[in-house]
Design a protein around this ligand. Structure first.
Ligand SMILES: Nc1ncnc2c1ncn2[C@@H]1O[C@H](COP(=O)(O)OP(=O)(O)O)[C@@H](O)[C@H]1O
Ligand SMILES: [Mg+2]
Length: 377
């Protein structure tokens, strides 16, 4: 990391230098100068590092803000920024932060995980990975859903890199994080406005509108968290098949509801019932990422959305899901695997017509799953 941080910031951050340099640490959390935690392999530990004082911690944050041409002070007590090395930092100052200046640094990992890694970590079964590959090939609209740090961006990166080479991909993000390996990629990043300096804001919404006019084959919105949800839904419903995005939700149905709520945040004249139908028909496959209590990040569900029923409920069918079978007594890690759910997706015919090697038997759950259920009831 040396050379990337300016020397001043580097020396101001010296109390946590070893944490920033340790590639095994993915996140550094500072709860005031004297209490610091880190995340390692998904688990959170307290460390002995401390800043000498609240003032020294604030100085470090002020220098970081300055280096990205922003201000953090009593009038602007929150900072959301990206460090030169790609790490993301969020800061809240007292008196809002009761523990003292509170900071989280999500370290940028240069080594991006691949589909193979996810299989190796047990986050995805081989069959499920192949199925996702097929969904991408067939241009299904995919929404990756999950909580903070559950692996959404990682999953989107992996999925994006499987898009066929001949297609033009436009990626829109708040902070450029995705590094999709494809031949024809255009990256857009939003800009915060500053009316005093005459700088106009450019939002995700604005960029989606531009993207539509730039002949995309597919549009990817890194994180959908505002009224741009409606634009993405419309993109998905108007022939840009194979578009993708991530949303903050705890399960696949929740992801639908969340997108619906976000769509309604904007000033739209479309009635809520109609929005719900649009969401139901736009989303085809949901990949749910979850962080489990053992620290493991896993794909908990891959589900198909089949629209809404006559009562207005989303129709959601799980295709694959992760089932826990036990717990390793030594490491505390959960044992389990991703299994098919006895549901054949509605687009199975496309798989056959396109001669994709994925037999129907891959959707049949192994016997032990039913045995496990029987034992549990
Ligand atoms: N399946 C996985 N197994 C292990 N680590 C993972 C997995 N998916 C993501 N990670 C790691 O977890 C951290 C958070 O992932 P990220 O994709 O940024 O989450 P999100 O976008 O949901 O906030 C990163 O350090 C990433 O490398
Ligand atoms: Mg993310």
């Amino acid at each position: 990391m040396s050379g990337v941080f300016q020397d001043a910031i580097r020396s101001l951050l010296s109390p946590i230098a070893n944490l920033l340099d340790d590639p095994g640490i993915s996140e550094v959390m500072i709860n005031g100068p004297y209490e610091i935690f880190v995340e390692k392999k998904g688990l959170v530990y307290k460390v002995d590092n401390r800043f000498p004082s609240e003032d020294s911690l604030i100085s470090a944050m002020r220098a970081i803000a300055q280096s990205v041409h922003r201000v953090i002070d009593d009038d602007n007590p929150r900072l959301d920024a990206r460090l030169p090395d790609g790490s993301r930092i969020h800061v809240v100052l007292p008196p809002m932060a009761k523990n003292g200046t509170t900071v989280a640094i999500r370290k940028f990992s240069k080594e991006k995980l691949t589909l193979k890694d996810l299989i190796q970590f047990g986050s995805l079964s081989e069959a499920a990975a192949r199925f996702l590959d097929i969904c991408i090939y067939l241009g299904k609209n995919i929404v990756v859903s999950g909580g903070t740090g559950s692996g959404k961006t990682t999953m989107l990166n992996v999925l994006g890199s499987r898009i066929p080479k001949t297609q033009r991909l436009i990626i829109i993000e708040d902070a450029a994080e995705l590094q999709v390996k494809a031949e024809h990629v255009v990256n857009f990043e939003t800009r915060k406005g500053n009316p005093d300096a005459g700088i106009e804001e450019v939002s995700i919404r604005d960029l989606v509108i531009s993207a539509m006019r730039l002949r995309p084959d597919r549009i990817i919105v890194g994180e959908v968290r505002g009224d741009e949800a409606l634009d993405l839904i419309q993109v998905m419903n108007t022939g840009h098949d194979g578009s993708m995005g991530t949303v903050h939700a705890n399960n696949p149905i929740d992801a639908c509801t969340r997108l619906e709520t976000l769509c309604l945040m904007g000033e739209t004249k479309i009635p809520p019932d109609a929005i719900r139908k649009m969401v139901g028909s736009a989303m085809q496959v949901i990949v749910q990422c979850s962080r489990y209590h053992d620290g493991g990040r896993r794909t908990s569900h891959i589900s198909e959305i089949l629209g809404v029923d006559s009562k207005g409920n989303y129709i959601c069918r799980d295709i694959f899901k992760w089932v826990q079978t036990g717990k390793d007594p030594d490491t505390g890690k959960y044992l389990g695997e991703m299994v098919p759910c006895n549901y054949v997706p509605s687009f199975f015919e496309d798989i056959i017509v396109n001669k994709l090697p994925f037999p129907k038997s891959n959707f049949i759950a192994p016997d032990w799953v039913a045995d496990l259920k029987r034992k549990a009831s």
